[in-house]
Design a protein around this ligand. Structure first.
Ligand code: 6PG
Length: 260
C-alpha cells in the first residue's frame, strides 16, 4: 500500500433558502450518515456542539429513520459546569433533543462532573471514554468519528478552539481543557484538531446574517488561519457546510447542489 495520502478534499458547501430547509436537509444527511455507519459496524458515533446547533437538529425528532439506540453521542466541546447548569451543552442537548427522542441514556457520553475541580483529570477521563469507544475497534492513533457537528463563533472559533490559542497546535491529546475561554464560561473541554481532522464527516452548521462576515473569512480566506478553516480531515474525511442564504451572503466559494 502506498504511504502517500491524497490531500484533504475541498469542502462541500450547501446554502439553503431558510433555516427550516437547512434543518430538513441536515436531518436527511445525518440519517444517511447513520445508515452508512450502522450498515458497516452496527453503531453511529457522533459528536455534538452547543450554541445554536442542538435546536437545528429538530428535524430528527419523530423521524422514523433515526435509530437512536445505535447512536453513541459525545460532545465536541463541553463547558465544565454541572450537567443541570444552564451553560451545560449536555443540558442544552437534553432540552432540545435527547428529552424528545428515545435515545438510551447510556449512549450519551457526558463529562464526569465529580472532576470539575481538576480539569486535567476531567479531560483525561473524557479521553478514556473516547478510547473505550474507539481505540480497540479502529486500532488507530486517533478516533474516527462518523460525524462531528460543529458551529462557528463570530471570531471563527469552533468547538472550544479559539483564535491564537496554544491549543491550535496540539498534536497528541484527543481531549484538551482550557481555563481561559474568551467565550464564557471560561472552563471547558474540547476535542482537538487531530481528532476533528480524522473524522469521516464534519458538518458545520450556521444560519443568520450574524454569521455572514466570519463565514466569508473562514471559507474564502482560509490563509487567515481561523480555527474553523483549520478543520480539514484527512482522506477519506469530508467537510460539509450546511448554512442558510443569510449566512452565506458574502461567500464567494462555489455552492454545491444538495445531494445525499
Ligand atoms: C460552545 C459551542 C461553540 C459553538 C459556537 C457557535 O460550547 O460554546 O459548542 O463552540 O458551537 O460558539 O455558537 P452559536 O451556534 O451559538 O453561534
Amino acid at each position: 500500500m502506498s504511504s502517500i495520502h491524497p490531500p484533504p478534499s475541498p469542502p462541500i458547501f450547501y446554502s439553503f433558502e431558510s433555516p427550516n430547509e437547512l434543518s430538513e436537509k441536515l436531518a436527511a444527511f445525518i440519517v444517511k450518515a447513520q445508515k452508512d455507519a450502522v450498515d458497516k459496524k452496527g453503531r453511529f458515533t457522533v459528536a455534538l456542539s452547543g450554541g445554536s446547533l442542538p435546536k437545528q437538529l429538530n428535524k430528527l425528532i419523530d423521524n422514523p429513520f433515526v435509530k437512536w439506540d445505535k447512536w453513541q453521542v459525545f460532545f465536541a466541546d463541553e463547558r465544565c459546569v454541572p450537567l443541570d447548569h444552564e451553560d451545560s451543552n449536555y443540558n442544552l442537548c437534553r432540552k432540545e433533543l435527547f428529552s424528545k427522542v428515545p435515545i438510551p441514556e447510556k449512549n450519551i457520553h457526558s463529562i464526569d462532573v465529580s472532576l470539575l475541580d481538576d480539569l486535567e483529570e476531567l479531560a483525561d477521563a473524557y479521553e478514556k471514554a473516547l478510547i473505550s469507544e474507539f481505540a480497540q475497534k479502529d486500532a488507530a492513533r486517533f478516533p474516527v468519528f462518523d460525524l462531528v457537528l460543529l458551529g462557528i463563533g463570530p471570531d471563527g472559533h469552533t468547538c472550544s478552539l479559539f483564535p491564537e490559542h496554544p491549543l491550535l497546535t496540539e498534536e497528541d491529546r484527543w481531549v484538551a481543557y482550557i481555563e481561559d475561554s474568551p467565550k464564557p464560561p471560561p472552563k471547558r473541554i474540547t476535542l482537538t484538531f487531530p481528532v476533528l481532522n480524522h473524522a469521516l464527516r464534519i458538518a458545520f452548521v450556521a444560519a443568520g446574517e450574524g454569521k455572514a462576515d466570519v463565514l466569508s473569512t473562514i471559507i474564502d480566506n482560509p490563509e487567515a488561519g481561523l480555527p474553523a478553516s483549520r478543520v480539514r480531515p484527512s482522506h477519506p474525511g469530508q467537510v460539509y457546510w450546511y448554512v442558510d442564504n443569510a449566512a452565506s451572503a458574502k461567500v464567494k466559494y462555489e455552492r454545491s447542489e444538495f445531494k445525499l
